[in-house]
Design a protein around this ligand. Sequence first.
Ligand code: GLC
Length: 441
Amino acid sequence: MTKTSRRAAAAAASAAAVLAFTAACSSSSSTTPAAPAATGSATGTITWFANQFGPTTTDVRKTLIAAFEKAYPGITVKLEQAPSDTDTYRSTLVTQISGGSSSFDVYNGDVTWPAQFAKASLALPLNSYFDQSYWNTFSNGLVSSLSYKGQTYAVPLFTDNAFLFYRKDLLAKAHLPVPTTWEQLQSEAETLQKDNLVKYGFAAQFDSYEGLTCDWTEFAADAGATSVNSDGTSSSIDTAAAQKALTFMRGLITSGVTPSAATTFQEQQSESLFTSGQVAFLRNWTYAYADSNTQGTSKVAGDVGVTNLPTFAGQTGPGYSVTGGWNLYVNPHSKNLAADVDFLKWMTGTQAQTIMAEQGGEIPTVASVLADPQVQASNPAYPVAAKNKLNARPSYVAQYSQVSQAIYTNINAALSGSVSPSAALSSANSQINSALSNSGL
Ligand code: GLC
């Protein structure tokens, strides 16, 4: 049978199921979940809007699509390239979906988006389409981060953790141990720089964007600080603990350990400084292990170690890693929900999640895949991730994007030296409070 005739046969056989399924989709409400739909018989073409993830040199999205189309010959997946920066991507989605666009069916979205997207009806509620045994396959805590007011708005595609990547060769030359506190990292970096072994000590994401909210949340948590109180009603950022974290971060720049250009660094620029051999320590996400150890594109391949982030002296280690990562969401205007759900299910099944882990360099969301000894052995970052102390950004508030903006613009201003740490925290405090008193995106 050709692909087309197979598709036609599958379409005829499943027409009733698809109709029933579509009816269940359109009649779903947050209070009356329909029975899980029968899947596996959908046909047609769907468009997946996604930015590239995983190592720079391998586009694992294409590997995943090819394997999915083999498993589901009736469905074709078209890939549409999304902006790589999470903030730009979010604005694009908000404009398109709120304008009624159905030019894409499923989309990758940041782990911080469920509450805000739910509130603005930018994502389809999914409880009706997946039963409890499906949700039970994911690692602890992941599903609650997808929920808002009792509904679940995405499926977890992959998890990002933050790590400290370091130059094993430089530490060996200088007879220095792998640092476990931020203070130790700073002094070791200064030694390596003084001995002319490396130009800079530490690189991270200090640009004014979402990545800085991640880095800030980690330094702040290590100092015992938070940005929003636990019930999401007010700012908690203007404290002595937060001041300690921010003063330390600014000190990394004034001491020359971190280049002042880091206030314009996103993930890619900080990683390039590391892979070009110009910095000893790097804070970055899981895929940076694969990137920095790729012969040919990284000058430091083979010399890179990975460990948990440090904490502040006097605290119990390791340091905090923010939970990052990306989910798969369904466009509420999609016209092919049955195929969308087949795609979501397959992408969160064993085969796709194993490809993600072994070829995509990303932490799988399915607990059994992550626990698989072969997967664990495929990337030295995974056993380190198991020891990570995780912390979430305050994305349980629907005003999260404004809260995050209040954080990263003010923290960036202090890191650039244009305002003092205390002035930056006081201004972040009032902006977070005013964001929390607004009702929407
Ligand atoms: C990574 C994380 C995501 C985070 C972003 C910030 O993509 O997975 O959660 O928001 O970095 O730049």
